[in-house]
Design a protein around this ligand. Sequence first.
Ligand code: SF4
Length: 289
Amino acid sequence: MAPSSREFRPDPGLRRELEGLRGRIGANRLGSDPVVFAHAAERQSTELVAFLASSLAFGNVKAIMASIAELLERLGPRPFDAVIGRPGDIKRVLRGFRHRWAGEEDVAALLIALGRLIRDLGSIEVAFRNADVPSEPNYLVAMAQFADRLATEAGVAARRRGFRFLVSHPSRGGAMKRMNLFLRWMVRPADGVDLGWWTGFDPARLIVPLDVHVAFHGRVLGMSRRRTADLTMALEVTEALKALDPTDPLRYDFALCHLGIHGECQKRRVPSICSVCPIEAWCRLPKRP
Ligand code: SF4
């Protein structure tokens, strides 16, 4: 049986190896990560592009990158201006767009809602700041209020299945991977991967963007025993990561995620791969099936 988060035993050796991994897997992998679109965006559009890129970050990496590139191509060189423009123009430029089960009407509803919010408040950052309760241990309340606000702005379109998937809500129990990813990009200090764009937010309150790769590593490192990669597991893994770095628990998230994305961990014992894996000594995956 897999160990529970209470059994996670962080030690200086693991932290040292994760630091080494972070040094090896960082900005050099941007080309295969949706955050690259935020890095490339013009200044006023950076936050918006980050939100759109994270919202479409579901499915395989190749399809994600292609869909984000297509969406931004359709929006033109200044996505910020396009999104605060007329809803009719947004619907027109999105005609025929689809990313998996999010179709043109779902994405148009998201963009129109974001445009209304930005016209009212000036930025997504202000919306999150207004929604945040600083005494909360994390940004779940802020995320819930932000999602509620987007749904209000979207009107009846917020009932669409695709819109509800694009704008996840903590009350649905999902891991909130994409909104947590967006917050990681905006809040963590700029390190060549994350943007550090929002000041006044605390990296220690972030929740890990729990994808299939990080969930696997969370299990085999003993951070969680949950089979389902849900919000409870994301919170358990985040608590375990805080034992490694209480002020910056998501410090190793990008490196662990990309270890899986690039096949440097196959999520099963492969002697040629595991023998050079920096966290092999802590991996609890049975050596023999
Ligand atoms: S030891 Fe093997 S299975 Fe375990 S994390 Fe490393 S590469 Fe993955």
